[in-house]
Design a protein around this ligand. Sequence first.
Ligand code: PMP
Length: 357
Amino acid sequence: MKKYNFYAGPAILPNSVLIEAAQAISDFNGLGLSILELSHRSKDIVSVFDEASALIYELLQADQEEYSVLWLSGGASSQFYMTAMNLLDPEDIAGYVDTGSWSSKAIKEAKLFGKIEVLASSKEDGYTFIPKNYAIPTHLKYLHLTSNNTIYGTQYQTWPDSQVPFVSDMSSDIFSRPIPLKKFDLIYAGAQKNLGPAGVTLVIVKKNILGKINREIPSMLRYQIHIEKESMYNTPPVFPVYVSLLTLRWLKARGGLDAMANNNTEKATILYNEIDRNGLFKGTVMKEDRSLMNVCFNSMKPEYEKPFLDLCNEAGCVGVKGHRSVGGFRASIYNAMEKDGILVLIDVLKELERKYG
Ligand code: PMP
């Protein structure tokens, strides 16, 4: 039986994408070869990269003169240092907002390459909200935010007004809603939530923020090299990019980012409504900052935890346990999670209430 996949990442992908991806492993484009066997420089693979990048420009309404789309390896974690390495000289200052473990890791790595000011943090309150109304000094080389906090379940619903270049880790909510791209100078996202399998990281970078520092940077870590070589400076992760292409085609056919946002809002709303209604559970973060991607909640009593997870398993809902660092529950409901999966999970919440409420 196909399970309802609520894992935070690697995460659910559309079924049609999985079927097509499997086909490409046995025979890609009728070539008599697996996609895994093909040179990245072959015509068919170059066109995979071209189409995937073109879809990103289209979905984000990005100008190709202004932004470059890169397909890199090393995960979003490599972007924690690559952004700082490419944008800061040692005396330069960047501003970070600390909204959870991923932001703190980004801060830790960036400190190796420049001076970092933490403009605001919700750490003291267990990362249960998104800080607002902090000053963004104009001397910053850039501002860095994590748009969606996968572990804690908070998400920016509005963007700060930044006069300085704006960098965002969008690993866990990219393509879940439209964004005002013009506001952003660099966006990065590991693919393994809304886009594809682990192994490729998407970077969208405004070309004119590069080339402004003096540091020597190893070739593999220089955005400029990857731009010039069209993400093929070294052997790129072809299969993850292909699966990302299939997901992007699916996303476009489903109506693009507006349609994703509508679906995601509806799915999250019905799930949060049930959590708020049901006397056995409570949401863990401030309502106005609730993530539409990672719904985090607790049971009122620890003794409900095991029976709840058992009921989830019986209903085919997997991955509902919270991150090991915070406990509780987390239902990750990325683009590919259909409403019927949410309804099954809601039934499980109700079932627990019938038994113990
Ligand atoms: N940023 C965020 C918001 C994440 O959720 C994750 C992974 N879950 C990462 C960064 C790290 O990504 P990776 O494992 O691709 O390095």
